[in-house]
Design a protein around this ligand. Structure first.
Ligand code: PHE
Length: 370
């Protein structure tokens, strides 16, 4: 007589002792697989007499069912343990600092230049450019600075050493020399193209660029940015200039209520000349625009001097125009609240992280451009 109870006990012991799913599977195959020990017992039923079968059958079936149930239970327990082990070893530690992600930022000056260009493009201005290293003629003489005139000293010019021809080049002290280049090249018509490098009147260009003066305090840096504007046409007057600048201010500051004033001034290359200020409040830590009792100068401007037109081959009785030159960095500090201009070019990454702009911006509501 086969001792089924003994077989069941042995198997149960081994099932309980199976260390992992693979060991348990081996036991299952050994007992219940095609040629497993219990399967062989089941097959032996066919060789028995009906009487034997009636006794043995229920016992073997019982044995098979019992073993199958125990294997299934052990399997569930092993799987649960395996999951627990996995959870324990792969848990997420939320107290760890996140990995540092280094993102580039757009420098405020470049952001401001983009905004300014968008507004002036909308007003119908084309872009013009000129070299940072200029000669005395374009930076001063053609702009009606008399030779040896003290106005040249006003600019604290960075002069380069004399070249072979005895000429001293300079770092341009303003973007105004590009007025001369645009008007002169317009007369020669040497440089066609969508960039208004030179064009015959009517002229309507802006010139964004770097400029240099030996000067450094909270509102002056040795390298800074200007945006020049030049309009030459027939019957142009101060009213056009004032309207253009007011339009610009309203759109740039995204409000119609910024107050501006024109102050008489002197530039050798414009007559009459003016400076435009915006109302601001400097009593707190940073500058607030459009309120308070203070004024900040943001743009020099005026009607192009007849001598300048003549120097560029244009007849002042036929053509008139206006010009303006913005301090770009200053406009940025006014709009985005950066109190000290020197920080802008100190190449401090923490400053840039704080004041810089994302390269992917929502469109500016004033201009529709991003
Ligand atoms: N070039 C002048 C400056 O740098 C600004 C200016 C430009 C004034 C055009 C009048 C016309 O101060």
């Amino acid at each position: 007589m086969t001792d089924y109870a003994k077989i069941a006990q042995d198997l149960d012991q081994r099932i309980a002792g199976a260390a992992d799913l693979a060991a348990l599977e081996a036991i299952r195959v050994e007992a219940l697989g095609k040629t497993g020990s219990i399967s062989e017992l089941l097959k032996s039923l066919g060789r028995m007499s009906p009487d034997e079968r009636r006794v043995e059958g229920p016992q073997i079936n019982g044995l098979r069912d019992g073993v199958a149930t125990h294997i299934a239970r052990r399997k569930a327990a092993l799987e649960a343990a395996e999951l627990d082990a996995k959870l324990a070893s792969e848990h997420v530690d939320l107290t760890l600092p996140p990995p540092y992600e280094r993102k580039g930022r757009v420098h405020p000056t470049m952001q401001v230049l983009d905004e300014m260009i968008a507004v002036f493009a909308d007003l119908g201005f084309a872009l013009a450019e000129g070299p940072d290293i200029e000669d005395d003629f374009h930076n001063f003489t053609a702009l009606n600075f008399p030779p040896k005139h003290p106005a040249r000293e006003m600019h604290d010019t960075f002069w380069l050493p004399e070249d072979e021809k005895g000429e001293r080049k300079l770092l341009r002290t303003h973007t105004s020399p590009v007025q001369i280049r645009t008007m002169q090249q317009g007369q020669n018509r040497t440089l066609p193209g969508w960039i208004a490098q030179g064009q015959a009147p009517p002229i309507r260009v802006i010139v964004p660029g770097r400029t240099y003066r030996s000067d450094s305090d909270a509102t002056h840096t040795p390298m800074f940015h200007q945006l020049e504007g030049l309009v030459i046409d027939r019957d142009i007057h101060m009213g056009h200039l004032k309207w253009t600048l007011d339009q610009f201010i309203a759109r740039y500051f995204e409000t119609p209520s910024v107050e501006t004033r024109f102050r008489p001034h002197h530039f050798p290359f414009t007559e009459p000349s003016a400076e435009m200020d915006v109302r601001c409040d400097r009593s707190g830590g940073d500058v607030k625009i459009g309120q308070g009792d203070d004024w900040m100068e943001i743009v020099g401007c005026g009607m192009v001097h007849p001598n300048v037109l003549r120097n560029c081959g244009l007849d002042p009785d036929e053509w008139q125009g206006f010009a303006f030159g913005f301090g770009v960095d200053r406009l940025g500090s006014l709009k985005y609240g950066m109190p000290d201009l020197r920080d802008m070019f100190a190449a401090d990454l923490r400053w840039l992280q704080h004041y810089g702009f994302s390269a992917f911006q929502a469109p500016n509501p004033a201009t529709g451009l991003s």
